[in-house]
Design a binder for this molecule. Structure first.
Ligand SMILES: Cc1cc2nc3c(=O)[nH]c(=O)nc-3n(C[C@H](O)[C@H](O)[C@H](O)COP(=O)(O)OP(=O)(O)OC[C@H]3O[C@@H](n4cnc5c(N)ncnc54)[C@H](O)[C@@H]3O)c2cc1C
Length: 350
């Protein structure tokens, strides 16, 4: 985290060109979506740009059919459903949405206008909020016989829909929360579930472990890894081996779900000239971003998983708070006459 830096004096930016947006948010994940809503609430013109073909970020891409239990107001909600609700909220003030566009770089001219370059277009904006999460996500691939060949034909890294495992004999590979959570989530749709893990203990929440070992029908096999998958058009069986003895056994399965983690890459963010700390962007208390020399970049903010500061939590609820802060301060840059004024949505005519 950077030292606590002072917010620079805002200056009036040119507003005459209708093609310049008040705030552009890079990233249409839950944090970017809430930011779009909040900026609309503050009567700013808004644009969201995301490299993915759909809104929702990690919620839609990584775990749409998992329950989220820690969103205020939702005792439990499927991540995909939460993404849809947040999208509806984000679209309330009709922001421009540019999907399938990866922001490659941006620059700020002497007038304070920021130009973003994507592979398709240039976007001009008065302020910018970077909400790129962990960047481009990709699952860690397993280099075992047949895995690549059967990807999408019985071998999966993501669960797009629980229906894809309906009535299937499912092998889940992995020992972390994600693997165990999927076993829980798919227990009522799969015909049977076998969970293999290469170590002697699962690394998951106590409650999930209790369910797995004492209350579920899931067969757990420790010290085992996947040697390969075989079949015709689709997966028909999997070969697993004991990594202590190398002894192999064959399991008849219809589907294999690989849950051995994700690697994330900030991608082009590294070329943007903003100060980075590992895979994150340090921010001050206004969620402002610095350049590589440590100088604040006026009008550029950051929120959500990609933002770093002491005490940071990577959660949807806290990211939404961060982007609300960013929007409030961006508003004072777009319209310095506003300064910093706190308003409540319940006091507003919507
Ligand atoms: C399996 C799992 C379960 C989780 N469960 C919970 C939970 O129960 N509760 C909770 O609070 N949190 C949970 N989280 C964490 C939560 O999903 C993240 O904190 C949240 O998604 C962060 O939101 P974000 O908008 O900052 O980033 P993301 O959701 O990562 O969205 C970032 C978006 O930016 C886009 N992007 C990145 N780079 C560019 C670029 N250069 N140009 C254009 N677009 C770009 C990406 O495509 C992506 O859509 C979980 C995470 C995982 C992986």
């Amino acid at each position: 985290m950077s030292a606590i830096l002072q917010e620079p004096e805002p200056k009036t930016l040119p507003r005459e060109n209708g093609s310049i947006t008040d705030v552009t948010i890079i990233g249409g994940g839950p944090v970017g979506l809430f930011g779009a809503f909040y900026a609309g609430l503050r009567k700013m013109s808004v644009k969201i740009i995301d490299s993915l073909p759909e809104l929702g970020g990690q919620l839609s891409t990584l775990y749409p059919e998992k329950y989220v239990y820690d969103m205020p107001g939702f005792p439990q909600v499927l991540a995909g459903a939460l993404a849809r609700e947040m999208t509806e909220q984000a679209l309330r003030f009709e922001p421009q949405v540019c999907l399938g566009e990866m922001v490659l770089k941006f620059e700020r001219d002497p007038e304070g206008i920021i130009t973003l370059h994507t592979q398709r277009a240039q976007h001009r904006t008065r302020t910018l909020i970077i909400a790129t999460g962990a960047g481009a996500f990709s699952p860690k691939r397993l280099n075992a016989t047949g895995v690549e060949q059967f990807e999408g034909k019985g071998v999966y890294y993501f669960v797009r829909s629980k229906a894809q495992f309906e009535g299937k004999r499912l092998l889940i590979v992995g020992g972390g929360d994600s693997a165990v959570d999927w076993a829980m989530n798919l227990a009522d749709s799969a015909k049977s579930i076998t969970l293999i893990h290469r170590r002697d203990k699962f690394r998951c929440h106590e409650e999930s472990l209790d369910w797995l070992m004492n209350r579920s029908q899931v067969e757990t096999i420790l010290w085992h890894e996947l040697a390969g998958v075989m079949g015709g058009e689709q997966v028909e069986c999997a070969e697993i081996f004991d990594n202590r003895t190398q002894e192999k056994k064959t399991l008849p399965v219809d589907a294999v779900l690989l849950n051995i983690g994700f690697s994330a890459d900030l991608g082009p963010v590294k070329q943007w000239g903003v100060r980075l700390e590992g895979q994150t962007i340090p921010v001050n208390q206004y969620m402002q971003v610095s350049d590589t020399e440590g100088q604040l970049i006026p009008g550029v903010y950051c929120a959500g998983d990609v933002a770093a500061f002491p005490g940071k939590l990577k959660l949807i609820a806290t990211g939404c708070g961060e982007i609300a802060t960013a929007v409030y301060h961006a508003k004072t840059v777009v319209d310095p006459s506003v300064r910093f004024t706190q308003v409540h949505s319940s006091n507003m005519e919507l």
